[in-house]
Structure formats: C-alpha cells, structure tokens
Write a protein that binds this ligand. Sequence first.
Ligand code: PEP
Length: 242
Amino acid sequence: MTTQKLIVGNWKMNGSLSFLKENLSYWQTQKIFHQIVICPPFPLLPFAKEHLNSPFISLGAQDCHNKVSGAFTGDISASILYEVGCQYVLIGHSERRQYHNETNELIKEKGETAIANHLIPIICIGENLQEREQGKTLSILSNQVTTSIPSKGSNFCVAYEPVWAIGTGKTASLNDITKAHSALRQQLGQNIKLLYGGSVTIDNYLEILSLDNVDGVLIGGASLKKDDFSRMICNEPANSTR
Ligand code: PEP
C-alpha cells in the first residue's frame, strides 16, 4: 500500500523570487517522496513553471475569480492560471472568507469555474473557535460541504482547516481530525482527497498523515521554512512502497 500523500504549501503573501529560486534548485537535487503542490503568489507562477522539472511538484494558485473573464480589476481567472502552468487552485481559504467576505455560494461558483478550466480546486472549510466551543464543528463542516462544494465535476479536494488552528500554533488533536475526516469521508465518498491544515509542522505532520482518511496536508507557515518543508516532502515514511 502506498503512503504517498498530497502536500500543499500555501505561501500566502510571502516569499520572493529569490526564495522561489533557492527552493526550486534545492528540490531538484532531492529525492521527493510525496506529491507536492506549491502555491506561491501569482506573479511567481510563470517563473516556477519555467524552472520546475519534477514530476512530483505541481503548481497551485491561491484563488481565482468565479467568472471566466471580464471587468474585474485586480482579479485573476482560472483560465489564465491554467495557461501559466497551474494544476491546482485554493478556493475559500479562511483568509479569503474573512478578509474578502467570500461566501459558500461564491466559493462553490469559483470551484466550478476552476474545474471547467482544467484546474483542481482545493476547497477549504473549517469551523471557527466559537463554533468549536459550541460543539458545532461537524454540523458546520457538513453545511459547508453542502453549500460550497462544486456540484459540477468531481475532480476536487477538500481541506479541513479549523480557523482557530491556522497560523496560531494550535493544531487540532488527532482525535478531532479523525472525527472530522471520517464525517467528511462519509459525506464526500472515497474518491475525494481530504487534506488537513492548521499549524502543521515538521514535528506533527507524520502523525497527522498517518491518520485514517487523511490524504494529505495543507501547510502555511512551515512551507516557508526551507529546511523543514524540504524534509517533509522528501521524508519517505517507514514501510512504504510506491
Ligand atoms: C494555511 O494557510 O492554510 C495554513 C494552514 O496555515 P498554517 O500552516 O500556518 O497554520
């Protein structure tokens, strides 16, 4: 049985051309074990595409518009992302929901537009702290799945990212992740990749990846630590085959 997982690095509004160059040239010398997606800021994508030559690393964008094209200054279309070499796109990240008021309905449209333009959307869902404390986690997730998952097309991933765990150093417990992913698996079926995100680090990623129904991780802060991220993507778990 393979233990190869999907590891997605979300650089957010961080990194630089020199950081990208440094990472790319280092990764090309390494034996990468997992399937990797890096999501640097938009302007770095064409450079990354031009210099990437590993079958294990793909490019992802951090957002796309719900419309195919039009008068939307400052926005970016799924078709151009595909044209410059993206295979994946993050949709509905909690920072987009929080700072750009993105709703589940908009996120659903974005996912459908992404799929129609040959991208694999990674739809982010997750409860906030208040919802968690009120014991509403599973009902919130179920509602987010119902309202924000594309109804056209099935080539998408779902990332469970508890909002209170993103960038805070607080990770959901292994038990919480197991419960959430098992509920998501029941609702979404066997074919959808389920990722966990929220303060994943070099110290906890192996335990998280070993859980049932966890097909990968979405990593923010730790994807900007060159040595840590490189170890995470190259680390072949014990007794694995590919
Ligand atoms: C994220 O940006 O999706 C994320 C999970 O960030 P961090 O790993 O820093 O919590």
